[in-house]
Design a protein around this ligand. Structure first.
Ligand SMILES: [Zn+2]
Ligand SMILES: [Zn+2]
Length: 368
């Protein structure tokens, strides 16, 4: 016959409080979570569990003291096999040790408010040089009328009659009491009897919020700005959430951007490309001059330093890459036509000739 007092190491005269204290110490020491794979500890844990589940119940204890057995009282079915939630029992016995970690949700724990997202479109110029924007968006805010209490001014919420303000309902399961969140007050422990007319008792109202944003130079389409504390209000004095502004940079009709580099195509007349010229090229900072040497072919790329985009937090800028695109005139005046025909006559068909020669060179190698 097992001696339950021996197992727990207490005298037969031990009070219920002493029993609970000792069981608590032993259960902590031998708990399987702390002794993974340790068979001896597991056995010991089962034993103390069985001993305590008998002795903790005064009726069972009296029966055991008298007959030296707990039979007839369902002995052996310890508190951890009794069907009650494991966490609930630990909450009851070890509540102050494990805190909310074991017992699940603690009522009225301060929690951070929800984060908010705002999508903001920027022009390429705004993204590259930075800008200031004023945005307005709907947001839950603490009700000013009741200062977030949810009760009409001058009225106080009443203590919940179901849970007496604890936010939890305790019920007995075997010799353990088990806690459940109170359904009447949803765990808040308070009942609002006179709801605020402004917020209907919620303590928050949806309002349009305006925020001034400073967009730094160099942002791009995947950039996001965090505005701390501009999310929804926290619960139970928790901090408010944050506002995330997701940036999207619009396509530009002339410039393409890749990181700090800017690309563009520049139409140049055939004569300018042939003779060389100083042409005007648009940049993000306005018009700039670009020298094109004589004989510039179509597709040639010129780089203008310092006309690209900066990295965020840096004043150094990338380059602008200008790709020359030779513009062939569609309409010619009679005089232009005359001159071009003359040009063609004196230059023969030079381009065509050299091209034919190249082709010939290419194919002589493979001719049978
Ligand atoms: Zn209110
Ligand atoms: Zn309640």
């Amino acid at each position: 016959m097992k001696d339950y007092y021996d197992i727990l190491g207490v005298p037969r005269t031990a009070s219920q409080e002493e029993l609970k204290k000792v069981f608590r110490q032993l259960a902590l020491k031998h708990h399987p979570d702390r002794n993974a794979g340790d068979k001896a500890s597991e056995e010991k844990f089962k034993e103390i569990n069985e001993a305590y589940s008998c002795l903790c119940d005064p009726e069972k204890r009296a029966h055991y003291d008298r007959f030296g057995t707990a039979e007839g009282f369902g002995a052996g079915q310890g508190p951890f096999g009794a069907g009650a939630g494991f966490g609930d029992i630990f909450e009851d016995i070890f509540g102050d040790l494990f805190g909310a970690g074991f017992g699940g949700q603690r009522r009225q724990r301060p929690t951070k408010g929800n984060d908010l997202r705002y999508d903001l479109d920027l022009t390429l110029e705004e993204a590259i040089f930075g800008t200031e924007k004023v945005i307005t968006f709907p947001k839950l805010q603490k009700c000013a009328s009741c200062n977030g209490t949810g009760s009409e001014p001058g009225k106080q919420p009443e203590v919940c009659p179901s849970c007496k303000g604890s936010g939890q309902i305790r019920y007995q399961q075997g010799c353990f009491s088990v806690a459940k969140t109170c359904g009447k007050c949803s765990g808040s422990g308070r009942i609002i009897t006179h709801p605020c007319k402004q917020c209907k008792g919620h303590g928050v109202v949806k309002e349009q919020k305006t925020v001034n944003l400073k967009i730094p130079a160099g942002v791009d389409s995947d950039s996001r700005l965090k505005v701390s504390g501009e999310g929804e209000p926290g619960h139970y004095n928790g901090p408010p959430g944050d506002l995330y502004v997701m940036l999207d940079v619009e396509e530009h009709p002339f410039f393409k951007r890749e990181g700090t580099e800017i690309f563009c195509d520049l139409p140049v007349s055939f004569t300018h490309a042939a003779l060389g010229a100083e042409v005007e090229v648009p940049t993000l900072d306005g018009s700039a001059k670009l020298k094109i040497p004589a004989g510039t072919p179509s597709g040639k790329i010129f780089t203008i330093k310092g006309k690209g985009a900066p990295r965020i937090g840096s004043s150094q800028r990338g380059s602008q890459h200008v790709r020359i695109h030779i513009d062939v005139p569609k309409k010619l005046t009679p005089r232009q036509k005359e001159l071009l025909e003359e040009l063609a006559a004196i230059s023969g068909d030079e381009t065509g000739k050299s091209f034919k020669n190249k082709l010939k060179d290419l194919f002589t190698g493979v001719e049978n």
